[in-house]
Ligand binder design. Structure first.
Ligand SMILES: Cc1ncc(COP(=O)(O)O)c(C=O)c1O
Length: 449
């Protein structure tokens, strides 16, 4: 059987290696970089026929823990699920005084990905939107103080496009005010702040393994923590809300399966079916984990390539600073970039649509800063939820009008003027040269004058 398994894996690997990649000439903003190692792992997991989370996931979680030097890593089926799980865990009544309750406030930003903010709303809490800095695209730390209230319980923000927010300042606020910090690290795997990885500063951090990200499992994500109380809650909420912590396929790990009396259940009710949280099932399959396991072994190379590519693009675009705000990082940070953000300066003779349409025509992929200003999105205009903007009174979705946008001028500016191009680890110098050449052509033939 072992020989047969080895042969199957060898044949699959040969098959993949014989395939030639089509060169479409298009430079995507992101993409997966996988080879026969991922395929062989996934086939190995398939041949196990285990299907649900199993031995590959155990290894993958261990590698994630080791990479971050965190005590705990739990895989989930997406970065969005990781964010939902991370925030929901903080609403557990097992946290006593520190439990986040409905109506409590959470500091966040409107410039970014929706599922960084949605878990706050989904848990009936109040997002408090603070503006961002135009060049770092991260939270304007100096505005947090005015946004705080008696009800503030947490700060939940992302390292925008891999660029670390000011973790020292944010941590200090959290420590002083006894706030939880959730780091949405989905776009920042490998970024560092003050020589310490992002994702290791907050109480909980999240990762996404969607193919656009630094490593991929297709769909997938993870939550990270070193807090054992939070880990227990995260595990319970990830796995249906159950009280039991047996891994898939194992029974009676605690040795007391029929000895519990919890809630109003009878003495001895099977611990496998006792629920201590209103939970989800957010687990991944072992095939996904098998892919992730091959990916994480290559992650350091991927990170270095992203950093190199950022430097190359920056050097090539520096000459256009008259037109663009190029990305700025905190002096203590070393970002593992997700993309290369470019923000058009004021009063130019062209606008973002002119430039991105031109780039796309030239075969250069472009993206916006996700949802731009979330408070301009139909979802938030149409959903009945309570929020605040900086130091405003408590508002409702029907109150969204111009005065709100005036409180978030940089968020609005970035929503209208920022886009990003690719620098992911699948791009090499010739791809980056093509991007830079497209900017040169735009200058020569079009509107940069
Ligand atoms: C900052 C951020 N958070 C969360 C997510 C959601 O991740 P996923 O697509 O895996 O749900 C993304 C998606 O790209 C993201 O950019």
């Amino acid at each position: 059987m072992n020989l047969l398994r080895t042969t199957i894996k060898f044949l699959a690997s040969t098959y993949l290696n014989l395939q030639t990649k089509k060169n479409t000439g298009y430079i995507p903003v992101s993409g997966k970089v996988i080879d026969s190692e991922e395929l062989v792992n996934m086939i190995d997991a398939s041949l196990d026929m285990w299907l649900t989370t199993g031995r590959f996931n155990k290894e993958f979680e261990k590698e994630l823990r080791n990479f971050f030097e965190h005590k705990y890593a739990l895989t989930v089926n997406s970065g969005s699920s990781a964010n939902l799980l991370a925030f929901s865990a903080l609403t557990s009544n097992q946290l006593g005084e520190r439990q986040i309750k409905a109506g409590d406030e959470v500091i966040c930003v409107a410039a970014g990905f929706p599922t960084t903010v949605n878990p706050i709303i989904q848990n009936s809490c109040v997002p408090v939107f603070v503006d961002i800095n135009k060049e770092t695209h991260n939270i304007a730390v100096e505005q947090i103080e005015e946004a705080l209230s008696e009800k503030t319980k947490a700060i939940f923000i992302a390292h925008t496009l891999g660029n670390p927010f000011d973790l020292k300042a944010i941590k200090e606020i959290c420590n002083q005010k006894n706030l939880w910090l959730i780091e949405d690290n989905c776009d920042a795997l490998g970024s560092e702040f003050d020589s310490k990885l992002t994702g290791t500063w907050g109480d909980i951090a999240t990762l996404s393994f969607y193919p656009a990200h630094h490593i991929t499992t297709g769909e997938g994500g993870a939550v990270l923590t070193s807090n054992s109380e939070l880990y227990k809650i995260l595990l319970s909420m990830r796995d249906w809300g159950r009280d039991c912590w047996c891994p898939s396929g194992k029974d009676n790990t605690c040795g007391k399966r029929f000895s519990y009396q919890l809630g109003n259940l009878e003495q001895g009710y099977d611990h496998k079916y006792i629920y201590s949280h209103i939970g989800y099932n957010l687990k991944i399959s072992d095939m996904q984990a098998a892919c992730g396991l091959a990916q994480i072994k290559k992650v350091r190379g991927f990170i270095n390539k992203r950093k190199e590519n950022f430097k190359y693009l920056y050097q090539g675009l520096e000459k256009y600073q008259e037109y663009f705000y190029l990305p700025v990082k905190n002096e203590l940070s070393d970002p593992s970039w997700f993309g290369f953000p470019i923000t058009l300066k004021e009063n130019l003779s062209f606008n973002r649509v002119d430039l991105v349409s031109f780039l796309e025509e030239q075969g250069i992929g472009t993206r916006l800063l996700f949802g731009g200003n979330l408070l301009r999105q139909p979802a938030y205009l149409n959903h009945d939820f309570k929020f605040r903007v900086r130091d405003s009174r408590l508002l409702n979705n029907i109150d969204i009008d111009d005065f709100i946008y005036e409180l978030l001028p940089n968020t609005d500016y970035v929503a209208a003027n920022t886009f990003w191009v690719g620098l992911y680890h699948g791009l090499d110098k010739s791809d980056l040269d093509k991007i830079l050449m497209a900017f040169d052509t735009f200058k020569e033939n079009r509107l940069l004058n």
